[in-house]
Design a binder for this molecule. Structure first.
Ligand SMILES: Cc1ncc(COP(=O)(O)O)c(C=O)c1O
Length: 534
């Protein structure tokens, strides 16, 4: 095209073909930079003419350089169109980086992968260990030095982490890029929480520890305001990290079992039970720990009523929203409860909600000061990895990507439920009726002898159904750090027939549904012959 110089009809046709291809590739800024000549010339005949003049000038420059013995390609690289193109390619990208740093808003549409990588490198270049405008001599004990090139590459040369001297949100002068990354990630996560259905959320913090440890961090940060308190009330959910989070924070748990709903199979919060525990010793209770997302047949806790109770008795209310951000039901509970009562913080895992490797959790609060107090309580610096991975994922998906994933999950859950119900009917089982739980399903296993139910779970696991979980029918006691639980796993001491849990988490794929279609025959035969082992 550059060589053509004339605006013939054929050239215009070619240009419009190129344009279509570039538009179809959805290659954002790359496309604009690379396709700049094609676009302007096709769309505006005026530019086409001036372009002709430019190229004629370029040809003259080329002729001249050829005569002077200069390489043709070198000479062309110095002509104005090339210089313009270079500037455009660099400037358009820089503008997007500057906008992101200034406004910290998740883009509506996804960024292309190379641009995300370049943005990270751009940030990394501001950390002292990567600067070339000065000699990074260091002379300190923590200068971001890394021995292995593989480790350095895995981290894109960011090695200072985030936070400073015991405040997770403080800027580290040695690591301006990493600090910026942490700020952007925290702003992004707040926007995502709002987008996912909690518009009243005012503060969000990514903590580089998983859910259980982050629950502990919140509880510990409140100790100073109620030094005489010894207990945390635990609305029972049979997941060890929630329970242990209370012990790790140095409190004694008082467990209140949920109660069976009279009309459905749901296990619901024993609000009156919790009230009577508080009434006996309000000054000794620090907080109530409730949970939204959980395995059926447990329903999400009655966060609203507990929020009112906590407000009445002046107690902290901590909500474990482990994978609840993706469930409309859980986020609605939080939003409503924050208006009517007290929620001091809600915690969710980064891997279960945001599709990044295990290692982080997010604290959300309805007052900005509350999240700042928790960030300040954190001892020391911290890994930047959860913040980095979450920021990358948000740029990779854009707001539209997050919305799409949430919508897909809801649709898939409905489909999963219908299929599981049909399958359960076909083998003489039932799916428990837990209308409040819109993530996890429970199918009875009464046709499998209690002694074989665990084996059935391992058969599913070995066939790749790694997320399904069997809760066998037993009356066994389990001890966790000296605290005894009857029927641990089922959230209640009640006897039951045994059941299978399956969940539909964010980004679940249709293939999971195959478990109901394909192995169904196998399961029926094996159950009838009481021959699970074979
Ligand atoms: C309700 C609930 N809370 C907490 C956790 C554990 O979280 P983490 O391993 O992130 O500490 C889980 C588990 O997977 C869970 O289901």
């Amino acid at each position: 095209i550059v060589r053509g110089c004339k605006s013939s009809g054929r050239q215009l046709n070619e240009l419009s073909k190129i344009r279509k291809i570039l538009v179809r590739t959805r290659y954002g800024p790359e496309r604009i930079a690379l396709g700049q000549f094609a676009f302007t010339n096709v769309d505006t005949p005026d530019t086409w003419t001036s372009y002709d003049r430019v190229t004629e000038r370029s040809c003259a420059a080329l002729r001249e350089s050829k005569e002077s013995g200069m390489e043709i390609s070198d000479a062309r690289m110095t002509t104005k169109p090339f210089r313009d193109c270079r500037r455009l390619a660099v400037d358009s990208r820089q503008k997007m980086f500057d906008d992101l740093i200034q406004k910290k808003v998740i883009p509506e549409e996804a960024w292309p992968e190379p641009m995300i990588e370049q943005f990270l490198i751009y940030l990394a270049n501001m950390d002292t260990n990567n600067r070339i405008d000065m000699a990074p001599i260091g002379a300190g004990e923590r200068e971001g030095r890394v021995a292995s090139p593989l480790v350095a590459r895995l981290h894109l040369h960011m090695s200072h982490g985030i936070g400073r001297s015991g405040n997770l949100t403080e800027c580290q002068p040695k690591a301006q890029g990493s600090s910026m990354l942490a700020q952007i990630a925290n702003e992004f996560v707040l926007q995502t929480i709002k987008l996912m259905g909690i518009p009243s959320c005012k503060g969000a913090l990514i903590v580089p520890m998983a859910t259980g440890m982050t629950l502990s961090l919140c509880l510990s940060s409140w100790r100073r305001s109620k030094p005489e308190a010894k207990y945390v009330i635990f609305s029972r959910i049979d997941q060890k990290s929630c329970f242990k989070s209370i012990l790790f924070a140095g409190y004694e748990p008082i467990t209140v079992d949920p109660i069976r709903d009279s009309e459905t199979d749901s296990l619901k919060t024993n609000v009156e039970g919790i009230r009577s525990v508080i009434r006996n010793r309000p000054e000794q209770v620090l907080a109530v720990l409730t949970t939204t997302s959980c395995f059926a047949p447990r329903a999400p806790d009655d966060v609203l009523e507990i929020a009112k109770l906590c407000s009445e008795f002046g107690l902290y209310h901590l909500v474990n929203n482990a994978y609840g951000l993706q469930s409309r039901k859980c986020v609605e509970l939080l939003e409503e409860a924050s208006r009517e009562g007290r929620i001091d913080a809600f915690v969710q895992s980064t891997d279960k909600n945001f599709l990044i490797p295990v290692g982080g959790a997010v604290v959300g609060t309805f007052k900005k000061a509350k999240v700042e107090a928790i960030a300040q309580f954190y001892p020391g610096r911290a890994s930047a990895i959860p913040s980095r991975d979450y920021m990358i994922t948000s740029l990779h998906l854009g707001k539209s990507g997050w919305r799409e994933l949430l919508q897909q999950r809801e649709e898939l859950f409905a489909l999963m439920k219908t299929k599981l119900e049909a399958f359960a009917r076909s083998i003489g089982e039932t799916v428990l009726d837990v209308p409040e739980n819109l993530i996890s399903l429970a199918m009875t296993l009464k046709t499998i002898p209690a002694s074989k139910q665990t084996l059935f779970g391992s058969i599913l696991f070995s066939r790749g159904i790694t997320g399904a979980r069997v809760v066998p029918s037993t009356m066994a006691k389990k001890s966790i750090e000296g605290y005894e639980f009857m029927n641990f796993g089922s959230h209640t001491a009640e006897q039951h027939v045994g059941y299978l849990n399956v969940a539909c988490g964010i980004d679940e794929t249709l293939s999971v549904l195959q478990i109901y279609r394909n192995p169904s025959k196998t399961l029926t035969v094996e159950c009838k012959h009481d021959n699970v082992r074979s």
